[in-house]
Design a protein around this ligand. Structure first.
Ligand code: OOG
Ligand code: MG
Length: 253
């Protein structure tokens, strides 16, 4: 099976909310091939009219790496179709086995054509927000190798954002939580994200450049979850909260 065929299977699995078997069960992929599949598969979304909105990083915390049994940071693309309004509704039947995780989001204020340092990172950002990321692996039982999940656009499926706050809002060493029906289900600290969530932005800028798609003004970057992700069910209200960043919520139908 070639990379185009694998991309079609993964895109179809997402489109029809039907799980597929792990690619690594029938073909050994290199990481470069996995990113090539991601690129082809996201290209199909663009052909259907979706627009790129930014990037997400994954496995930037130990909690996530341990939960999923992988060992390296990954990145995927976000599109406009994945964005939900704060307090919006999410229809469970449109997903395979969705999970939610609390995140921190950056809004890019100017193009980042070159690698940036941690010290200068804030010059390229004009908004910080708490976020919920919805991940929905296209693989059966939410099980994958690192190459599988990269090919599957890092399980990217949806996200919602709280209010954008100014760039000098503190996001280091703050508590971040996932709540279901107002009960705290996961709680962590933002420093679990690469020691400092701003490091995620620096990494996203570098990865975007090395892939030939540098971050641009207006892009959104999700820093990666500080906690494990949680399966969501119908009739739940899912919220993410971070100290000083407020809250955002989604209602599951
Ligand atoms: C892959 C996506 C990981 C994160 O924040 O670490 C991710 C997955 O767990 O399915 O989004
Ligand atoms: Mg995530």
């Amino acid at each position: 099976m070639n990379l185009n065929q694998i991309a079609s299977i993964l895109d179809g699995a997402a489109l029809h909310a039907k799980a597929t078997q792990q690619v690594s069960h029938f073909r050994q992929l290199s990481l470069d091939e996995a990113y090539a599949i991601q690129s082809i598969s996201i290209g199909r979304r663009y052909e259907r009219g979706e627009k790129k909105l930014g990037l997400k990083l994954g496995f930037t915390s130990k909690a996530k790496m341990e939960q999923m049994g992988v060992h390296d940071m990954i990145w995927g693309r976000l599109t406009d179709q994945m964005k939900y309004q704060d307090n919006g509704e999410l229809i469970l039947g449109e997903f395979i086995h969705p999970r939610a995780e609390p995140e921190i989001a950056f809004k890019i204020s100017k193009d980042i054509p070159e690698m940036i340092s941690l010290e200068e990172a804030s010059k390229f950002v004009d908004g910080l927000a708490v976020a919920i990321e919805i991940i929905d692996s296209r693989f059966e039982n939410f099980k994958f190798s690192l190459e599988d999940v990269v090919a599957d656009n890092c399980s990217s499926t949806g996200f919602c954002l709280g209010e954008w706050l100014p760039v000098n809002t503190n996001i280091k060493d703050i508590g971040i939580e996932l709540l279901i029906d107002d009960e705290i289900i996961q709680s962590g600290n933002s420093n679990a994200i690469l020691g400092n969530p701003w490091e995620s932005l620096v990494a996203a800028a570098r990865l975007a450049i090395s892939n030939g798609e540098p971050l641009k003004s207006g892009d959104i970057v999700l820093a990666g979850a500080a906690t494990s992700a949680v399966y969501i069910k119908a009739n739940q209200t899912i919220s993410a909260k971070a100290v000083g960043l407020g809250k955002c919520s989604l209602r599951v139908k």
